[in-house]
Design a protein around this ligand. Structure first.
Ligand SMILES: NC(=O)C1=CN([C@@H]2O[C@H](COP(=O)(O)OP(=O)(O)OC[C@H]3O[C@@H](n4cnc5c(N)ncnc54)[C@H](OP(=O)(O)O)[C@@H]3O)[C@@H](O)[C@H]2O)C=CC1
Ligand SMILES: O=C(O)C1=N[C@H](C(=O)O)C[C@H](O)C1
Length: 266
């Protein structure tokens, strides 16, 4: 039985991951929250709503990592990089779902994962990962004649924008079209900003209420348009995906993987 520890255990994702780990027959060996969090000391299962587990939410990162086979971490990039560092020191696997990494932070994650197996993915759902694959084919097939625009919608508590998923969608499309995403992404249009360039990929963000997560990539041509959309109705396929990644990554060769590897979609 895989021993899973969860970081961000009291968060929206952390709670669902604890439930998913139990449903998958894994042992929840530890649960972490930031030092000073009001729920430190409380039973992680009670907080997640799946009944007492006898695992208290802890703020002792070293002890929790020592007690697990794999740490699942849905927090923030800074916290995840620290967790990656500790997992590397203790030779434990890690699954990271946090989003909002800068290119430099992603490079640092790859460096830190040289000695341990790690999965880092902005979206753990099967559906979104199949979309990444489809998007590559559609972009390649349509070529430069269609304008690409990406719109994402999320709840009003989300801290990063655009979503990690939207950025990855932009990267996949840009790569398929032979463009550099960091040069062609356009996050902002206001005032007399001029005509749209052929190369740019527009990125629009909507925030409100309790939207779990919605992404649409528009390929807009003359007189026709293709829309590839994914709508998340609950967080449970993200949490199940992260547990699947955790079971998959333990025992793998060191290196940084993503959900395309876990799901065999490469
Ligand atoms: N890859 C995927 O499939 C998905 C990724 N995400 C991403 O996961 C991340 C978390 O999302 P969500 O669960 O909604 O966010 P939440 O804010 O609900 O949860 C994050 C939790 O981490 C806690 N935390 C903060 N600092 C630390 C620390 N140093 N050690 C341990 N815990 C800490 C927070 O505590 P406090 O509130 O006190 O700061 C909070 O309880 C985001 O980046 C989001 O984009 C979300 C869904 C799917
Ligand atoms: O913060 C969220 O909630 C989500 N974040 C991920 C992202 O930024 O892509 C994935 C999902 O859409 C939910």
């Amino acid at each position: 039985m895989t021993k899973i520890a969860v970081c961000g255990a009291a968060g929206r994702m952390g709670q669902r991951i604890i439930v998913a780990a139990r449903e998958a027959g894994c042992t929840v060996s530890g649960a972490l929250e930031r030092p000073g969090h009001e729920l430190v000391g409380q039973d992680a299962g009670l907080i997640a709503g799946c009944g007492a587990l006898g695992v208290a939410i802890s703020d002792d990162l070293n002890a929790v990592v020592e007690g697990c086979d794999v740490l699942i971490d849905f927090t923030t990039p800074k916290v995840s990089l620290k967790n990656l560092e500790v997992c590397a020191l203790k030779k434990k696997a890690i699954v990271i779902g946090s989003t909002g990494f800068t290119p430099e932070e992603r490079a640092l994650a790859a460096e830190l994962a040289k000695d341990i197996p790690a999965v880092l993915a902005p979206n753990m759902s099967v559906g979104v990962n199949v979309c990444f694959k489809i998007l590559k084919d559609v972009a390649k097939t349509l070529g430069d004649d269609f304008d690409v625009e990406i719109v994402e919608l999320h709840h009003n508590k989300k801290k990063d924008a655009p979503s990690g998923t939207a950025v990855r969608m932009g990267e996949v499309v840009a790569e398929a079209l032979g463009r550099d995403y960091n040069k062609v992404a356009n996050y902002h249009r206001e005032g007399i900003c001029g005509e749209r360039t052929k190369e740019e990929i527009g990125m629009q963000t909507v925030r409100g209420g309790d939207i779990v997560g919605e992404h649409t990539v528009y390929f807009i041509g003359m007189g026709e348009r293709i829309e590839i959309s994914h709508r998340a109705m609950t967080r449970d396929m993200f949490s199940r995906g992260s547990v699947r990644a955790a079971q998959w990554v333990v025992g793998k060769a060191p290196g940084l993987y993503d959900m395309q590897d876990v799901l065999g979609l490469r």
